[in-house]
Structure formats: structure tokens, C-alpha cells
Design a protein around this ligand. Structure first.
Ligand SMILES: NC(=O)c1ccc[n+]([C@@H]2O[C@H](COP(=O)([O-])OP(=O)(O)OC[C@H]3O[C@@H](n4cnc5c(N)ncnc54)[C@H](OP(=O)(O)O)[C@@H]3O)[C@@H](O)[C@H]2O)c1
Length: 298
């Protein structure tokens, strides 16, 4: 039997890019949106699996409204913990592997060196806590899992920092962006490529590298640093560039806390799967080319 990937959360920014890339690379992939299958509904998940007979599942479905989760913890836990558990159990029942997406937010951000996979987690806020609980649910339900933590995700689909900056930059003369949160931006194109490499690897006979991994882009920046890079590159596409001023997190209060230092170490993924993170500027330019209609920069 050939391999077939089933993706839950197929309408999200990662899910959409994964579906598109699978089709371009000849992978047999069934993508299911929230509307098509709610991962909290065990019957619907089981029926989808029975109907499509996948050989591997990717769970890209999540409740990702980080600030809203503070006032809707129930929904956040229902999807990020219990929904993850439903998918992991359903995959275990038919003896197929699960690739589950998770987040840098499982760490509290107080470190000063990149986080390793087995560093102590200490999630802050409802979204983070529910995602960390989801990781534990996946580990206990299905031995054959890969938990892939990522961070600062952007791309052509859905809503993300790059698209928000470009929209605000077109509307305003000046933007203020926090300069004391540090992370490694990750493009959905690179992430989708990494996920497909994982799928290809777990389907090889004798694969034994189950566990938790980090995948993020190659370069570390603050949100302010990222914003200035976005506008420097957007200018080469003839876009208007606003003034960008650095501010402190304390000047921009949000309901959910953000980790100050969100840098994930990717060496384990590189060692195990040969996946090398791409430099930020190259990934960003590829995304901008997509967003600006494939036009090349000057
Ligand atoms: N975005 C980031 O910066 C970031 C950072 C670190 C980790 N991650 C992780 O990466 C993964 C993908 O995130 P993303 O950026 O692609 O988020 P996204 O664009 O918000 O996509 C998540 C998708 O899940 C769907 N969904 C929500 N509840 C569901 C349910 N009960 N059943 C089925 N589908 C459901 C959403 O549909 P609706 O919109 O219709 O609810 C949405 O299409 C998540 O695990 C997230 O935690 C993301």
C-alpha cells in the first residue's frame, strides 16, 4: 500500500501550505478543515480515518487565539489538549504515526541560551498551558509520535506578523514594535517542507526516532528587528515603508504573557532528519514574492 497523509487543521496557515506543497511534491495527502472534521469529535475523527485509510496523520489543528484563550480557557483546552488526545488515540488505534505541532510557548522564556527539546517546560497563560497539556496527551496516547515545536510562524496563508506589518505599514506613517522579545521566525513554506521530510522518514521501515523536536528558521531576531527586515525587503518590491520605533513589552500590554526569549535549538532535528533551517532573509523574500504576486525584488 502507498503512503497517504491525513492533515487535521487543513484550513490553517500551516495546513494550507502543507496541502499545497504535498500536491507539488507528489505526496498523497487528504487535508481536512475545521468545518470538515472537528478534532474534538472522536466519532468524526475515527470516521475520517476509516474513510481515507491514511498511513500517517499530521495534526495542524489548534486553538491559536493566544490572547482570547485567556478568557476562553475551556475552548483552548478542549482543542489543544483534548482534541490532540482524540487524534493521537485514533492514530494509535489504527497503528499509524502522528506528527503533532506544538509551540515555543511551552517554555517560559526566561532562558538565555536556545531551548533544547528536553529542557524543563513552564507554560504561561491558557494557550501555552493547553498546548503543553496536548503534548503530554499525545505522548501518553501514541508511542509512534513526533511532536514538532515551532515558533513565530508566517507565510502567505491566514493571519501572521508579516501580513499584519505589511497591512499596517501601508495604512500608517509610524509603527511601534516590541524589541525585547526574541525568537526565530519560521516560514510556513520551510515548515511544510520539514513536515513532509518527517512524514517520509517515519514511513521508512525501522524508523525509531520518535519523540519531540524543534523546527524554526535559522536566524534569531526581536519582533522589531523582524519588522525592520520585512520593510527593508518590502521596499525593494516598491512598497511604502513606515517609520518603525522599538518599544518594550511593558508598553504594549496583552492579556496573555509572551516568552521574552523564545529561541528553540534545532540541532536534534538536523542530526536526525538532515533538515537544515533556512536563513530568515531568504525565507522572508520567498514569502514576499508570493504575497506580492511572484514579482521579483529590484
Ligand atoms: N502561528 C504561530 O506563530 C505558531 C507558533 C508556534 C506553534 N504554532 C502551532 O502550529 C500549529 C498550526 O498553527 P497555525 O499557525 O497554522 O494556526 P491557524 O492558522 O490558526 O490554524 C489552526 C487551524 O486549526 C483549526 N481548528 C481550530 N479548532 C479546531 C478543531 N476543534 N478541529 C479542527 N480544526 C480546528 C482552525 O480552524 P478555525 O480557524 O476555523 O477555528 C485553523 O484552521 C498549531 O499547533 C500551533 O499551535 C503556531
Amino acid at each position: 500500500m502507498g503512503s497517504r497523509i491525513m492533515v487535521f487543521g487543513g484550513g490553517g496557515q500551516v495546513g494550507c501550505h502543507l496541502i499545497e506543497m504535498a500536491s507539488a511534491t507528489g505526496h498523497d495527502l487528504v487535508g481536512l478543515t475545521h468545518e470538515e472534521v472537528d478534532i474534538c469529535d472522536a466519532g468524526a475523527v475515527a470516521a475520517a480515518i476509516a474513510g481515507h485509510s491514511p498511513t500517517c496523520i499530521v495534526n495542524a489543528a489548534a486553538y491559536t487565539a493566544v490572547d482570547k484563550a485567556e478568557s476562553d480557557a475551556m475552548r483552548s483546552f478542549a482543542v489543544n489538549r483534548d482534541g490532540a488526545s482524540v487524534v493521537a488515540e485514533a492514530a494509535a488505534k489504527v497503528k499509524i504515526p502522528l506528527i503533532h505541532l506544538s509551540t515555543d510557548y511551552v517554555f517560559d522564556g526566561s532562558a538565555h541560551v536556545p531551548y533544547q527539546e528536553d529542557d524543563k517546560v513552564n507554560p504561561q497563560g491558557s494557550y501555552a498551558t493547553s498546548k503543553e497539556a496536548g503534548e503530554r496527551a499525545v505522548r501518553s496516547a501514541n508511542d509512534r509520535h513526533l511532536i514538532l515545536r515551532t515558533a513565530w510562524v508566517y507565510g502567505p496563508f491566514g493571519t501572521n506578523f508579516v501580513k499584519t506589518m505589511l497591512r499596517l505599514g501601508a495604512e500608517r506613517e509610524e509603527l511601534r514594535v516590541v524589541d525585547d522579545q526574541t525568537g526565530r521566525p519560521t516560514s510556513t513554506e520551510d515548515l511544510a517542507g520539514a513536515i513532509l521530510t518527517l512524514v517520509d522518514s517515519v514511513e521508512k521501515p525501522g524508523f525509531s526516532g520518535w519523540g519531540t523536536y524543534h523546527y524554526v528558521g535559522a536566524d534569531t531576531v526581536t519582533w522589531y528587528g523582524f519588522a525592520t527586515m520585512i520593510f527593508a525587503e518590502a521596499a525593494r518590491f516598491g512598497r511604502k515603508v513606515p517609520q518603525v520605533a522599538p518599544i518594550a513589552t511593558a508598553d504594549f500590554p496583552t492579556p496573555a504573557p509572551r516568552p521574552a526569549y523564545s529561541v528553540l535549538e534545532t540541532a536534534k532535528l538536523e542530526r536526525t532528519f538532515g533538515i537544515k533551517p533556512r536563513p530568515l532573509r531568504a525565507s522572508l523574500v520567498a514569502t514576499l514574492e508570493r504575497l506580492f504576486g511572484e514579482g521579483k525584488a529590484a
